[in-house]
Write a protein that binds this ligand. Structure first.
Ligand SMILES: [Zn+2]
Ligand SMILES: [Zn+2]
Length: 350
């Protein structure tokens, strides 16, 4: 099969030839028909994460070998099944859950593969959707999407799933209480749609880009606050009518996490989602007196993906803007994302 792969970090992807995956046991192989391009693909391409305090984590230290085809927002058509794979047939179109675990530990057994200690995620540890085909260990990693647009369906595997899981962490929350969303890129916009689907109507979106703030308002945010310059926290609280019970940081850099924490009310929760990286200092006694929480969110579980797709199939999730690129323009899609030129999601079409 052909695969657009990272050969060397920060160098253009190259189209290489890889052996076609062959399924055994319960495995299933799919032809990739759509693959969303996510900010974490950009991090993968750079090959390193800012862990704060001057520490850098290189992907090669996490067992990632190059060349590797990135891409984890995958929709595909089943082309081969192992002899023990049940409930799926050749020709079926499915969303692929890419955050594969070991399949054997306590967490995997309850389908929380995203919390497995031996992850084998597609597009990171294994070749992902920038390759022609992907292989999953079991049909339970495949989700039927019915009449949904396949490009949109692909985005549910990361952006839809991640926002769903991060919103679960701020619940229960009365629908009229304000929620602050920092970042109005693919995830920020998906979060607006998800909050609305769950009945929330008071959403304050924060972004430095006027275009993205406009997109947030179009997606249904109550207010869009400029995240640049001084006084961001004060502007957010003015738009929200005071300190807030919940903030989700889809950027998660030192400055944005600081802002997210500073707008929290007593009992407030800040959920960290992005991987821009950095660090913040917290008053430990202050956390107690104010009863606040800071939580990290790592994508989501298989049941949560099924729940996202159910909401979408019931017509409750407004679609986010999609910009399709031919798969052979994978480099152009990555560069567009790097420049901040993509409103909503870039999706490769095979
Ligand atoms: Zn992603
Ligand atoms: Zn596991």
């Amino acid at each position: 099969m052909k695969a657009w792969a990272v050969i060397r970090n920060e160098q253009p992807l190259e189209c290489i030839e890889l052996p076609d995956p062959v399924p055994t046991g319960t495995e299933v192989v799919l032809d990739v028909t759509r693959c969303g391009v996510c900010h974490s693909d950009l991090h993968f391409w750079h090959g390193a994460y800012d862990m704060g305090g001057g520490k850098v984590m290189r992907l090669t230290d996490r067992g990632v070998e190059l060349p590797r085809a990135p891409g984890h927002e995958i929709v595909g058509r089943v082309v081969a099944v192992g002899p023990e794979a049940e409930g799926v047939a050749i020709g079926d179109d499915r969303i692929v859950y890419p955050w594969l675990g070991c399949g054997e530990c306590d967490r995997c057994r309850v389908e929380q593969d995203n919390l497995c200690l031996k992850q084998a995620s597609l597009g990171v540890i294994r070749h992902g959707g920038f390759a022609g085909r992907v292989k999953v260990p079991h049909p339970r990693y495949l989700v039927e999407y019915g009449d949904l647009d396949p490009s949109l369906a692909a985005t549910y595997a990361c952006s839809g799933l991640t926002v769903y899981s991060s919103i679960q962490k701020i619940l229960p929350l009365a629908p009229d209480r304000p929620v602050v969303l920092i970042g109005a890129g693919g995830l920020g916009l998906a979060a607006i749609a998800m909050l609305r689907a769950l009945g929330h109507r008071h959403i304050v979106s924060v972004d430095t880009s006027p275009q993205k703030r406009q997109a947030a308002l179009a997606a249904g945010a109550t207010a869009a606050v400029d995240g640049s310059g001084e006084g961001v926290a004060a502007r957010i609280m003015e738009a929200a009518g005071g300190a807030v019970a919940a903030a989700i940081d889809f950027v998660n850099a030192s400055a944005t996490a600081r802002t997210g924490f500073d707008v929290l009310d007593k009992g407030g929760k800040l959920v960290l989602v992005g991987i821009a990286g950095g660090e913040i200092t917290l008053s430990l006694a202050g956390m107690i007196f104010k009863g606040q929480s800071v939580l990290g969110n790592i994508v989501g579980s298989v049941p949560e993906l099924r729940e996202v797709v159910r909401l979408a199939r019931e017509g409750r999730l407004d679609p986010m803007p999609i910009r399709e690129f031919p798969k052979d323009d994978a480099n152009a899609a990555l560069q567009a994302l790097q420049r901040g030129d993509v409103t909503g999601r870039a999706v490769l079409v095979a």
